[in-house]
Ligand binder design. Structure first.
Ligand code: HZT
Ligand code: MN
Ligand code: MN
Length: 410
């Protein structure tokens, strides 16, 4: 008779423990063969991923983001009994908030993982946006204002840094020489995961990518309770400016884009009021316990300044707009639809059309003119320049900093 060599491991106490299936076989005295027990199909996210995340997390407990500890004199926060107690019971149930944030972040990781693998030159910008947004809607289990897309998918190219997404009928095609910023938003109960990365198909831009990745990591590492926003900008700037990139025989310094910034995020409000510029400045405002921040940096081979340029796609209702009586009935009706479908979350023309709206442009422009809706035009540096972006969302918990959108990719 054959003797099977069983896989085993020696524990700290010296006991030999049989591993996995082999342990079952050993205890039951069965031979190594596939069992015919009625087994459930193993649940797997498909390709493209379209299975709602609650199927994988039936207890509603989602993976924790990357934990970073506060620096130096802030280390007491990690150990303080009082702080841990606070985090557990005080406030308005932080655990619920954390699970919403973590579900949104996990959807973000899965959607972008698929996007990174499938985005290729030759695809239309519309195809790319639809793929990403279809994935988000399915995985987050889109439901009214309870869960869904957090803001329009940013697909800005080259000198354009932010806030381009295709409008309906856009047939433009991604080019092999493009520097593409993919900025994806996912929300659960208004908690928005806001994270972005840059894709290229040409190694020319590798240093530009590395510069911006490092600058964003600096912003994340140096962020913390009581950190001054103006100083954080200086640290981001130092990192970014330590890089240069050679393009066609010319060496360019990598410049932080001085009029773009990271931002705090409040429930259903993409910009919560605090801004993190990418250059040193005298903003004495401090980050605070409980703050939720999108740390994003942009590097450029151009002037390092953006201007609004091109057709608008992004919009959001002004969060605290005063009531304005509207005479234009089309604008009144459009505002009702915006309130119902998006509330104060940002949206784009394509999303309006999904809700059944058509020929809405006059009414929409009226709402913008009346200060009820804010338009967000594409933001671009000078022609011929290249810009890159990396962004993560972080949560300043009482005891530790959680980089909620961190993945194995960036
Ligand atoms: C505005 C409109 C949107 C917020 C940053 C951002 C994409 O540039 C204070 C600081 C989506 C987002 C935003 F449709 N912006 N993050 N990801 N865009 S921002 C801003 O307007 S406000 C930065
Ligand atoms: Mn973003
Ligand atoms: Mn952002």
């Amino acid at each position: 008779m054959m003797t099977h060599i069983l896989k085993s491991t020696i524990t700290k106490t010296g006991m030999t423990v049989l591993l996995g299936k082999l342990r079952e076989q050993a205890s039951e005295g069965k031979k190594k063969k596939k069992k015919k027990k009625p087994k459930k199909k193993k649940l797997e996210q498909g390709d493209p991923p379209r299975t709602g995340l609650s199927k994988f997390y039936p207890d509603g407990i989602y993976p924790v983001g990357e934990i970073q500890h506060y620096k130096d004199d802030n280390t007491w926060r990690t150990t303080s009994e009082e702080k841990r107690y606070q985090e557990k019971i005080e406030n308005e149930d932080p655990e619920t908030t954390y699970q919403s944030i973590r579900k949104a972040a996990e959807v973000h990781r899965l959607v972008r993982q698929h996007a990174r693998k499938h985005i290729r030159p030759g695809m239309t910008m519309t195809e790319i946006a639809n793929n990403i947004e279809d994935g988000t809607r399915a995985l987050v289990e889109e439901s009214g204002l309870e869960a869904g897309v957090g803001f329009p998918t940013g697909l800005s190219r080259n000198n354009c840094a932010a806030h381009y997404t295709p409008n309906t009928g856009d047939t433009s095609v991604l080019q092999a020489g493009d520097v593409l910023k993919v900025d994806i938003g996912v929300h659960v109960k208004g908690r928005i995961a806001d994270s972005a990365f840059t894709l290229t198909w040409d190694h020319t831009y590798d240093n530009l990518i590395e510069a911006v990745k490092a600058a964003t990591d600096t912003g994340i590492r140096e962020a913390g309770i009581d950190v001054r926003l103006g100083e954080l900008g200086g640290l981001i700037q130092e990192t970014m400016e330590s890089y240069e990139v050679e393009i066609g025989g010319t060496v360019y310094p990598v410049k932080p884009i001085e009029n773009l910034s990271g931002h705090s995020i409040n429930p259903y409000r993409i910009h919560g009021g605090k801004s993190v510029l990418l250059v040193k400045n005298d903003d004495q405002t401090k980050m605070e316990e409980g703050d939720y921040f999108a740390i994003e940096t942009f590097g450029s081979t151009g002037r390092g300044r953006i201007v609004e340029s091109g057709e608008v796609s992004h919009y959001a209702r002004v969060y605290d707009a005063p009531h304005v009586p509207l005479r234009l009935t089309s604008a009144k009706s459009l505002l009702k639809s915006i309130n119902k479908n998006f509330g104060t979350l940002p949206w784009c023309r394509r999303y309006l059309e999904r809700t059944g709206e058509s020929k809405y442009l006059l009414a929409l422009n009226h709402l913008v003119t009346q200060g009820i809706v804010q338009d967000y035009p594409p933001l671009c540096d000078q022609r011929g320049s290249m810009t890159a972006q990396f962004e993560h969302t972080i949560l300043l918990r009482p005891t530790v900093k959680e980089v909620v959108t961190r993945g194995d990719d960036f």
